[in-house]
Ligand binder design. Structure first.
Ligand SMILES: [Zn+2]
Length: 311
């Protein structure tokens, strides 16, 4: 879960890396080229499995943004080692955002090794290739639509200080990624929020806070190779406290987005992206979209709404 989300740092680092090139032997893979993604997998089964999830992410993005997401590359690996030997320059050369996905890090046995507390075992926050594709689609969309803003943000802060897109609030990144998940996962987020509504993060703080994952980062497994370009894999230090805050953050991001959509319109979340990336305050973005309530009122209405949702 945490490892999944933190892969993004590696991805962003790579996207911005200049002059990267590497000569490696091509591993044999199955390739599927579609309008919004180019998918490579080590077997036909893995290709088909990923295709279904990526199609879901594309459909959901379209639903919320009113247009197809920009094209990304998705490469499935069996292990970190396999990923590290891969030549990503084919994508960086065409400035195509890419998502490396490591199968062995997303299996049930991995979750057990990761000592996830029993009560959270069934709650899947931030996992799934459709979730990560959602992050990547949003990133590529903002890159395309608001290039100047990103350059400013990138130059004023080190890229590793960010979670998700540097110009967007972290809750928004997480909300869009979760909107790209399956209905069953989304239902899980609402139900988790309902059961933990007393622990919710005050909305004013929540809408501006950094992703709780940022507090848990350990150095990348390949950090010793400073000069080596390519995705870096960040490990996290989980404690019951920070894990709980992180799970609340995920569930709250989704449920606030879902509440805003139900209250206004399906396209509301998509319409918020550019003004947020351009640095408008959340209050201004709400106003632009004719949400005139103050944050306290929105918070109260959201809490009431969460309590009426099905378990
Ligand atoms: Zn995420």
């Amino acid at each position: 879960m945490n490892k999944t989300s933190l892969m993004l740092f590696g991805i962003f680092l790579t996207m911005f890396a200049q002059g990267f090139s590497q000569d490696n032997e091509e591993t044999e893979s199955y390739i599927l080229n579609k309008r919004c993604y180019e998918l490579r997998a080590p077997s036909l089964d893995k290709l088909k499995e990923a295709r279904g999830k990526l199609d879901r992410a594309v459909d959901q993005f379209r639903k919320h943004f009113g247009q197809y997401p920009p094209k990304i590359a998705v490469i499935i690996f069996e292990s970190i080692e396999e990923m590290e030997g891969y030549d990503f320059s084919q994508f960086t050369k065409k400035r195509m955002p890419y998502l490396p996905w490591i199968v062995s890090n997303h299996t049930e046995s991995h979750r057990e090794v990761n000592h996830l507390p029993e009560e959270y075992k069934d709650h899947k926050a931030g996992c799934g290739i459709n979730h990560e594709a959602g992050h990547m689609f949003l990133f590529a969309y903002i890159e395309k639509k608001a290039q100047a803003v990103i350059n400013t943000a990138k130059n004023s802060k080190g890229i590793l200080e960010f979670y998700g897109h540097p110009a967007l609030p972290d809750w928004y990144d997480e909300a869009v990624a979760q909107l790209c998940e399956t209905d069953a996962n989304q239902h899980g987020h609402i139900s988790f929020m309902k059961n933990n509504i007393d622990k919710h993060i005050p909305l004013k703080k929540f809408l501006e806070m950094e992703h709780p994952s940022l507090q848990m980062i350990l150095k990348p497994n390949n950090a010793d190779e400073e000069s080596k370009e390519g995705p870096k894999y960040y490990h996290t230090l989980e404690t019951p406290e920070n894990l709980e805050e992180e799970l609340i953050f995920y569930a709250q991001a989704f449920s606030v987005a879902k509440f805003l959509i139900e209250r206004k319109s399906e396209g509301l979340i998509g319409k918020m992206a550019i003004p947020l990336a351009e640095g408008k305050s959340i209050q201004d973005v709400f106003k632009i979209n004719k949400l005139d309530d103050n944050i306290e009122t929105i918070e109260k209405n959201w809490v009431d709404w969460v309590k009426t949702q099905k378990d």
